[in-house]
Design a protein around this ligand. Structure first.
Ligand SMILES: [Zn+2]
Length: 281
């Protein structure tokens, strides 16, 4: 079975912890060879490091997510530098910009409970410090962007990015911006949730991503793919929400191959090459 690669998930999440042994078995059975596990705040970095020790297929990544930017400690950057220094394979992420939490999220959204929602300018400062760290050390970086693609493009015009490029995870920006981001060095990871009928614009963007910049991801346990495509199911969260199983990566590859009009074998080989070039080389 040709190897599969998950460019972005959150295996350290509490919703997945009770199921790690079976997830390990399922991922191996599906031929998943590497999974990039993204920390989101200082509090979860040690859990990410522990997973990288426990499972040979985990590639760790450490960062402060824009949702968590407002709750960072005074020493966050020093702690991040130490975390990176401890593992030369580690990437920087998940970092980024998110206007959705400011303009669109409900005040009582349980996913944002207890978080101070940092204004976009403050998110930008936290993002740029982490991006600079990735650029200096030429580490892979995983970028989250929600409803802030103009702002992101503006920031990227004025700063150094890692020589290896940067990943726009679950790219949900316009198809028209793909070429300019790619020119700056962007990779784009396709998420299974984009297979929902309402996400035609996101699928359109992935038809024009250059083949050599294409990656695939689950973002598990977040943003599940449509239920009828999920081959692996986990018990729902306490509020009844669906929990995305990381082994649903396989179904996402198959759907992306169909979307791009290439064979699954062709897509799998291309993504393997891209993943190795970006995350491992
Ligand atoms: Zn994520």
């Amino acid at each position: 079975m040709p190897p599969l690669f998950d460019a972005h998930n959150h295996l350290q999440d509490d919703w997945l912890t009770p199921h790690l042994a079976s997830i390990d078995t399922d991922l191996r059975a599906c031929g998943v060879q590497r999974v990039v596990v993204n920390g989101t705040c200082e509090n979860d970095w040690s859990a990410v490091a522990a997973l990288a020790k426990r499972f040979a297929w985990v590639l760790p990544s450490y960062g402060v997510h824009p949702w968590d930017a407002g709750n960072r400690s005074a020493n966050w950057l020093t702690t991040l530098q130490a975390q990176l220094a401890a593992d030369p394979r580690a990437g920087v992420g998940e970092i980024g910009l998110d206007r959705w939490i400011l303009d669109s999220a409900k005040p009582d959204d349980p996913r944002l409970a207890g978080l101070r929602r940092a204004p976009l300018g403050e998110q930008g400062e936290v993002f740029l410090k982490q991006l600079a760290l990735a650029a200096t050390e030429n580490r892979p970086v995983s970028i989250h962007c929600l409803q802030a693609f103009g702002a992101l493009a503006g920031l990227l015009r004025h700063v150094n990015t890692p020589a290896r490029g940067f990943l726009l995870h679950a790219y949900g920006g316009p198809a028209e911006m793909v070429a300019a981001f790619a020119e700056r060095g962007a990779y784009f990871s396709f998420n299974g949730s984009f297979l929902a009928p309402r996400h035609e614009a996101r699928r359109a963007a992935f038809r024009v991503v250059p083949a050599e910049r294409l990656l695939v991801e689950t973002d598990a346990p977040a943003i599940p793919l449509p239920a009828e495509l999920a081959q692996f199911v986990l018990p729902p969260s306490s509020d009844g929400g669906a929990i995305n199983h990381p082994a649903n990566l396989r179904a996402t590859y198959a759907a992306l191959a169909e979307l791009r009009g290439v064979s699954l074998a062709q897509l799998t080989a291309q993504v393997a090459e891209n993943f190795s070039r970006y995350f491992i080389a």
